[in-house]
Design a protein around this ligand. Structure first.
Ligand code: HGY
Ligand code: MN
Ligand code: MN
Length: 415
């Protein structure tokens, strides 16, 4: 096998686009996107397809206790720790074809290209698909990567339930991805994640690669509200304990916090559960999820405290009892200067336009960065549209970033 001629490696764009095309048929959404929720039958089908592709490319595939999938291409020196390339194959409920998926299948394309060119690397290369990055069925997001990096206890993850009472660990068993692979975090050389930007900057500026230097800090919380059922007619307003009113106050007030910290502050209460949610009866149960974000970790925490300070107000106005039953945070990341410099050098060497930038969306790389030298490569998405079935990318402005990934990984894997 030949040693790599650095700077000249290029992926097979047609094969990558065909592979993305197959993924786009698994767990289709209502229009042009995907609705491939973690641990669903569609997720199982996509996982099986990904494993088959990796095995056909000569990789050894394993998965761990929360279903993270690892596809390993051996290096010439098995004593060296691997270079990882990863992202996620699960999607939002009204998701696009590329969020996460482009990163995993670009990792597969790197392996396929090295096979085509007969190139061996000193270090092993591992392509990884992390379980439940989106956190749609099971909160919080980035759960698989979080368990892998010790941020979430594995048993806690396996015990989480979705809104229908399905248990994570049982769903994982059902789809056949409850694995045994254990990985020593200290035995990973580096982690690269290629991801669509999920914002308009690269598309607006016509730049092909975003070198991610950091990420917004996010705080999340799930608030359980207990009220009392009553008739919506005879019951005087002063006697009501209306859980939906409490949730509505929280949603409106949390939104105001976002506006108070415009333009960089972001707040959302995207998820609301109400019961019985029927005509004529006061809601006795509600659950609302708070999502607060800001590029400055201190300001994000300040915004989050403002949001939490609203809870007693909502409780008093609605005469209900509130409890924060789950909290999480991600972001405030520090990606590896060595890898950032490597990606910038490779981008310049192979003439790909590039710029440093922050990520406003959360990614599995956020958790990896706490334990392993980590970097992210962004590629443009049309008008920044994402978490929307209209998410769209084109080869001409995507392939350059995948080639930057390929050449960066090879250089690192031979360092
Ligand atoms: O929440 C996020 O930012 C990610 O898309 N899961
Ligand atoms: Mn993603
Ligand atoms: Mn996403």
């Amino acid at each position: 096998m030949q040693t790599p001629q650095q700077n000249t490696l290029e992926i097979n764009p047609i094969r990558l686009w065909e592979t993305l095309g197959v993924s786009a048929t698994i767990g289709p959404g209502i229009s042009s996107g995907l609705s491939r929720l973690a641990l669903s039958d569609d997720d199982k089908q996509m996982r099986n397809q990904f494993v088959a592709w990796c095995e056909a490319a000569g990789c050894t595939v394993s998965f761990d206790a929360v279903g993270n999938i690892f596809a390993r291409r051996d290096g010439t020196d098995p004593t060296l720790s691997p270079v990882m390339i990863g992202s996620h194959l699960d999607t939002q409920i009204a998701g696009g074809r590329y969020d996460g998926i482009l990163g995993v299948l670009s990792g597969l394309e790197v392996v396929r290209t090295l096979n085509d060119l007969g190139i061996e690397t000193k270090r092993p290369i591992e392509v990884v698909s992390w379980t439940n990055e989106e956190g749609v069925r099971f909160q919080p997001p980035m759960m698989g990567a979080g368990a892998f990096c010790g941020i979430h206890d594995t048993d806690w993850v396996l015990s989480q339930e979705d809104e229908n009472g399905c248990v994570f660990g049982e769903e994982l068993q059902r789809i056949g991805y409850a694995g045994a692979r254990t990985v020593d975090l200290k035995n990973i050389d580096s982690y690269f994640e290629l991801h669509i930007e999920q914002g308009p900057i690269l598309d607006d500026e016509g730049i092909h690669v975003g070198i991610v230097t950091g990420g917004y800090t996010s705080f999340g919380a799930e608030v359980l509200i207990k009220g009392e059922n009553a008739h919506s007619g005879p019951t005087p307003m002063r006697d009501r304990k209306d859980a939906l009113v409490a949730a509505s106050i929280i949603i409106a007030e949390v939104n105001k916090v976002g506006w108070d910290y415009e333009p960089l502050g972001r707040t959302t209460c995207a998820r609301l559960e109400v019961s019985p949610n029927k005509y004529g009866i006061i809601a006795d149960h509600a659950k609302v999820t708070i999502d607060v974000r800001h590029p400055d970790a201190t300001v994000a925490r300040e915004m989050y405290q403002s949001a939490l300070s609203l809870l007693p107000v909502a409780s008093k106005q609605s005469r209900t009892d509130l409890e924060v039953i789950k909290e999480w945070s991600f972001g405030d990341v520090s990606f590896s200067d060595d890898l950032i410099n490597l990606i910038r050098t490779v981008s310049a060497d192979i003439n790909v336009s590039h710029k440093h930038m922050l990520s406003a969306a959360g990614h599995d790389a956020y958790h990896l960065s706490k334990a392993v030298p980590t970097a992210m490569i962004f590629t443009p998405c049309l008008d920044g549209v994402t978490h929307n079935e209209g998410e769209h990318i084109e080869p001409d402005y995507t392939i350059p970033g995948v080639n930057v990934l390929l050449n960066s990984v090879v250089r690192r894997a031979n360092s």
